[in-house]
Design a binder for this molecule. Structure first.
Ligand code: PKZ
Ligand code: UBL
Length: 267
């Protein structure tokens, strides 16, 4: 019986590289599956460490999470080329906004995440097994995208407390993943919070993943991701009437940067 299993295991191990070469779908499924497994297992192992070291839900756990997630890129042959980190060095809290292409963004997020920075995430993530637990412990702010009123209430609370907690808040203004190489129109929530809290908006742009990652084409290979942290946009003196213009300005700057970093001719 054991011999049978041994032979079976050896056959799979020998066949796997051939299968991965022959079938992009197998390659994609194995690499993405391994990514999920990494998240799941590392979350389960990191949660007790966070509890032991920091005692519960606190942004301080993001340092531990960041240390662990920063190792994931080596498993997938991904490299980050980062510019502009000095733009994170603002006095006090800020709203950070970035484009959002895939769940692979978590590696890019942790690659540059400044200290004392939490993220706004869809509340469904709370139920993602051990990942839900670890992001809860990391201080992630959960919003219900299906209820604008409740989402706005949560965001209004963030605007009130981010100054006292001295935290930066990272928001994905597209509101969903978008791996087309372009930007979706921006939701305004992040910019309302920035104006309500009178804190700067710091745009962060990741180059397009389309050269190495495309679920529709079962493409997931190694690759280089350019990351640029842009200069902060001040909101002092702005009111809710200025939010649309602030959103549009940020959108245009980030879209031009996305095209530049991705080597795509601007429009
Ligand atoms: C060790 C291993 C570890 C492994 C683990 C590692 C990972 C550890 C990190 C995890 C990290 C997770 C990261 C997840 C990332 C996502 O889950 S992304 C998806 C969730 N995020 C978002 O949706 C953020 C962006 N969305 C927003 O900000 C949206 O504005 C809101 C607040 C959700 C509302 O959205 P909406 O219902 O679509 O409404 P929207 O069109 O934006 O606005 C409607 C109206 O309300 C107004 N409005 C909007 N917001 C406001 C406001 N706050 N105040 C006043 N008015 C407002 C607008 O101005 C608009 O009015 P008009 O100007 O058009 O007249
Ligand atoms: C025992 C319980 C078993 C539960 C199994 C769940 C295992 C979960 C394992 C890995 C989950 C990886 C999730 C990492 C965080 C991903 C963050 C992210 O990118 O979420 C997508 C969100 O931005 C936008 O969502 P949509 O594009 O609107 O959709």
């Amino acid at each position: 019986m054991e011999l049978g299993w041994l032979l079976w295991g050896a056959a799979v191990l020998l066949l796997l590289p051939v299968l991965m070469e022959l079938s992009p779908a197998v390659n994609f499924a194995l690499r993405i599956g391994f990514y999920y497994l990494l998240f799941f297992v590392c979350s389960a192992l990191t949660a007790p460490v966070c509890l032991l070291v920091n005692g519960g839900r606190t942004v301080k756990n993001m340092r531990i999470i960041k240390t662990v997630v920063k190792t994931f890129k080596y498993f997938f042959g991904l490299r980050f080329e980062v510019k502009g980190l000095e733009n994170f060095e603002v006095e006090g809290p800020a709203i950070i906004v970035s484009n959002h292409q895939s769940i692979l963004d978590m590696m890019g997020l942790m690659e540059v995440l400044p200290d004392n920075c939490v993220q706004v995430g869809k509340k469904e993530l709370m139920y993602a097994g051990t990942v839900g637990l670890i992001i809860y412990l990391g201080g992630v702010i959960f919003i219900n995208r299906k209820s604008t009123s409740s989402a706005k209430m949560v965001m209004a609370e963030v605007a009130k407390t981010m100054a006292t907690d001295n935290v930066k808040v990272w928001v994905y203004p597209e509101g969903t993943r978008n791996c087309t190489g372009d930007l979706l129109p921006f939701k305004k929530g992040a910019f309302h919070v920035a104006v309500q809290a009178q804190v700067p908006v710091i745009p962060v742009v990741y180059s397009s993943f389309t050269t190495f990652y495309n679920p529709k084409k079962n493409l997931f290979t190694s690759g280089k991701i350019k990351v640029e942290v842009l200069p902060p946009i001040e909101t002092k003196g702005l009111t809710s009437d200025d939010v649309s213009e602030l959103t549009d300005r940020c959108y245009r700057t980030m879209r031009a940067t996305l095209f530049r970093l991705s080597g795509r001719p601007g429009e």
